[in-house]
Design a protein around this ligand. Structure first.
Ligand SMILES: Nc1ncnc2c1ncn2[C@@H]1O[C@H](COP(=O)(O)OP(=O)(O)OP(=O)(O)O)[C@@H](O)[C@H]1O
Length: 297
């Protein structure tokens, strides 16, 4: 359970977060999105106990994170936007190093490292981490964040800069963690398709303020309704007068977008009565990307 109330963060007179409130009350994935500079990393750092808010309250799983960040860190796995890896180490020593910091036994370290590298499909061979690809580095950092089996994960842009295959693999990995039903994952991302796919609840930040908060259905109803794309054939174009506005035509097929379900029904009646035929109707919901474009910088 996360409860954030009126979180404010000032950096030398610049307000990066300006009174952010939200709650997330179950295991699952909570996404934070917004344009560059919206305050995502600042919020994630506060949620990790790495920096303190200038004012406001934050409680995570019963711990007052503002006053007791160290208590919170025991159950936290944090993935920064850019992880500093130990270039000359191999990944086994790297995971062992962090395993020891977390107080794991040698046996636990070996078991956990094997399990995580296999789940993440990270096969390091005899490469040092400095020789890893970006995707391998990200996977190593994710494995490190999970060594002590934390219940709360804070991931800052887990798939940024990765190719679509690796990005997809990491999304699937996060979804599997979510399906186990024991961990809460807070992530920020610019890959909005990924956020739509895996997040249960999304916070949209704009210049440090909450612009919207909800699951995808709630956000869609806030940012606009469904529209319908229709394709049909109809010989007598005069029948369309006053029924639809703009339409385009290619190889005898007419395409139009209709915003209202009654207008759609009216149009399909006109097409049927005029001896035409509807070939396709598709519903179009606003995506998170559409929403971010709508809200502007
Ligand atoms: N330590 C700092 N000192 C001064 N200003 C800061 C500091 N950290 C962040 N900021 C400012 O706070 C604002 C929010 O930054 P933040 O990194 O949280 O944004 P973001 O949403 O994560 O951006 P991006 O998508 O580009 O990573 C920015 O204007 C940034 O310059």
């Amino acid at each position: 359970m996360i409860r954030a109330q009126s979180l404010v963060k000032d950096f030398d007179g610049f307000t990066a977060l300006d009174g952010v409130d939200f709650e997330f009350d179950k295991p699952g994935i909570f996404g934070i999105i917004g344009h560059n500079g919206a305050g995502k990393t600042t919020l994630l750092k506060i949620m990790s106990g790495l920096i303190k808010p200038t004012s406001g309250e934050l409680e995570i799983n019963g711990v007052d994170v503002v006053r007791h960040p160290d208590l919170h860190k025991r159950t936290l796995g944090y993935l920064p936007e850019e992880s500093r890896l130990y270039e000359n180490m191999n990944v086994w020593s790297y995971l062992a190093f962090f395993g020891e910091i977390y107080g794991l036994s040698d046996e636990e370290i070996r078991k956990k490292s094997r399990e995580l590298l296999s789940k993440l499909k990270l096969d390091p061979g005899d490469k040092k981490m400095g020789e890893f690809s970006k995707g391998m580095k990200r996977k190593a950092a994710i494995a490190r964040s999970l060594m002590h089996d934390p219940s709360f994960l804070v991931y800052d842009e887990p798939t940024s800069g990765l190719d679509p295959m690796t990005s997809r693999y990491i999304s699937e990995f996060l979804r599997e963690i979510k399906d186990e039903g024991e961990k809460t994952i807070i992530l920020s991302a610019h890959n909005l398709y990924q956020v739509e796919e895996i997040c249960d609840r999304v916070l949209i930040l704009r210049r440090g303020k909450t612009l919207a908060l909800g699951d995808m259905d709630e956000l869609r109803s806030k940012f606009g309704s469904v529209s319908y794309e229709i394709e049909f054939v109809l010989d007598d174009r005069d029948l369309l007068e006053g029924v639809i506005g703009d339409y385009s035509e290619s190889a005898g097929i007419i395409s139009a977008t209709v915003e209202d379900v009654d207008d759609l029904s009216n149009l399909t009646n006109v097409v049927a009565k005029g001896g035409g035929r509807v070939k396709k109707i598709e519903s179009h919901y606003p995506s998170l990307e559409d929403m971010l474009v709508m809200i502007g910088e």
